[in-house]
Design a protein around this ligand. Structure first.
Ligand SMILES: Cc1ncc(COP(=O)(O)O)c(C=O)c1O
Length: 403
């Protein structure tokens, strides 16, 4: 007899991106498709030292079950880390440690979203959030973005029309958009949260990965300037993109009532985030290695982003339109169709694989009205030479449509 699955699974489909990833096994392929940091940049020595300290200094706690809210020494370190990012007044008890920020998003879904609830997300946005919120029954509404992030006038209209349960934003170097929400729009988002009493979820795994000037303060940091906004704000952070995604250390800062409900749900989910990983992360932060690590990864990604932008402009010219990102891991681009060339991201992805280079077409990142001409290129994992070679292959793919 076939297995009878829960009806909620009908609300999500296997990601189109997963299907594409199956093609990446081809030998010699240069991949701009991944959404992860470069493993060659992990501070292995620092993490080895931190884990050794965890085992030497508190083996019992590091290997034992722990509190669902998180390991206290790490909560203290993370509160300090947030203070260093311009968010004062975060006490350790204002945050819980989550198993990656992905779990924080899942807890947001679990605690806030009921069947048929409206939820506004950016178009485009993080694919796993689309899938996760849909699993909880969300009826997603897409808010348009431009190079300065979500268009707040349009966002206000959508909030007024749909009265959503929450608005989910990646204000700084979004995945996939690479866009950065301007300071003015950040303030406006917080004002809208207060005006419409709408929860805003700020997902911020990329905010530390800036290449030149630091980005404007996070919504969380700015919330002290907009009375009443902090009570509507959930902030999700992560060590994944700056230190190591394998540690699975993220965190969530939210109003106390919501944090308590999220903690209860987390208890049923994984009891707590790995104490060993948390103790390791705590020692890593305590040892003061983070500033140097951040400086190093920013430098490497900045160089790769520049190399990819330059190569795309040189080799693909007016066939591709994009804004050079000021941080993060991605270039979000749009095929213009100039000169009668391919204008469909999916078709171009197939042509590109034929030429030995991969990227992700942009359509799956939209919860509605996908723009088929878009694509996401990650500059994180290939070195500068490979980036130039890969972009050269993209140009060849453009010139040689697949049969
Ligand atoms: C926007 C965004 N949020 C959350 C995550 C989840 O990251 P993690 O669970 O590793 O913290 C990712 C990872 O790609 C992401 O791009």
């Amino acid at each position: 007899m076939p297995i009878s699955f829960a009806p909620r699974l009908d609300q999500v489909e296997t990601s189109a991106i997963r299907e594409l990833f199956k093609l990446l096994g081809k030998p010699g392929i240069i991949s701009f498709a991944g959404g992860f940091p470069d493993s060659a940049m992990f501070d292995v020595e620092g993490i080895r030292e931190a884990s050794a300290r965890a085992l030497a200094e508190e083996p019992g706690a590091a290997l034992q079950y722990g509190a669902t809210e998180g390991y206290d020494p790490l909560r203290e370190q993370l509160a300090g880390f947030m203070a260093g990012k311009g968010v004062p007044g975060v006490a350790p008890q204002h945050l819980i440690v989550t198993t990656g920020s992905q779990q924080a998003l899942d807890l947001v879904g679990k605690t806030l979203i009921g069947q048929g609830d409206k939820v506004i997300v950016e178009g485009p946005t993080f694919l796993a959030t689309i899938q996760c919120f849909r699993l909880y029954g969300a009826d997603l509404v897409s808010a348009p973005i431009d190079a300065h992030g979500v268009q707040t006038d349009r966002l206000e209209q959508l909030i007024a029309e749909h009265r959503p349960k929450l608005v989910y934003l990646i204000p700084t170097f979004g995945n996939p958009s690479g866009a950065m929400l301007s300071l003015e729009r950040r303030r406006r988002v917080l004002e809208l949260a207060v005006k419409y009493q709408t929860v805003i979820v700020e997902d911020d795994p990329y905010g530390d990965l800036y290449f030149g000037e630091a980005p404007p303060p996070s919504l969380l940091a700015l919330s002290s300037q907009v009375p009443g906004s902090r009570e509507q704000l959930v902030h999700c952070g992560s060590l994944s993109k700056v230190l190591s995604p394998g540690l699975r250390v993220g965190w969530m800062i939210a109003p106390p009532e919501l944090l308590a409900k999220a903690t209860m749900c987390k208890q049923f989910s994984d009891a707590h985030t790995s104490t060993f990983a948390q103790a390791t992360a705590a020692h890593y932060l305590k040892a003061g290695r983070m500033p140097a690590t951040l400086a190093r990864v920013r430098g490497v990604y900045a160089e790769r982003a520049r190399a990819m932008g330059d190569a795309l402009r040189r080799d693909l010219g007016d066939a591709l339109a994009f804004t050079q990102p000021g941080g993060g891991l991605f270039i979000w681009a749009r095929l213009t169709g100039a000169g009668g060339r391919v204008a469909d991201g999916n078709a171009f992805a197939r042509q590109a694989i034929e030429q030995g280079v991969a990227f992700v077409p942009g359509a799956p990142f939209f919860c509605a009205e996908p723009d088929p001409a878009t694509l996401r290129l990650s500059f994180a994992t290939a070195n500068v030479d490979k980036i130039r070679e890969g972009v050269g292959r993209l140009a060849r793919a453009l010139a040689h449509p697949a049969p």
